[in-house]
Design a protein. Structure first.
Length: 25
């Protein structure tokens, strides 16, 4: 299951992952 959201959303997820780690997940 590999669904790609909006380009901006993907970038946001990356930022959250780098800043908050897996806390957002």
């Amino acid at each position: 299951t590999t669904h790609q959201p909006l380009p901006g959303a993907a970038d946001t997820v990356r930022r959250l992952a780098l800043t908050g780690g897996e806390a957002g997940l």
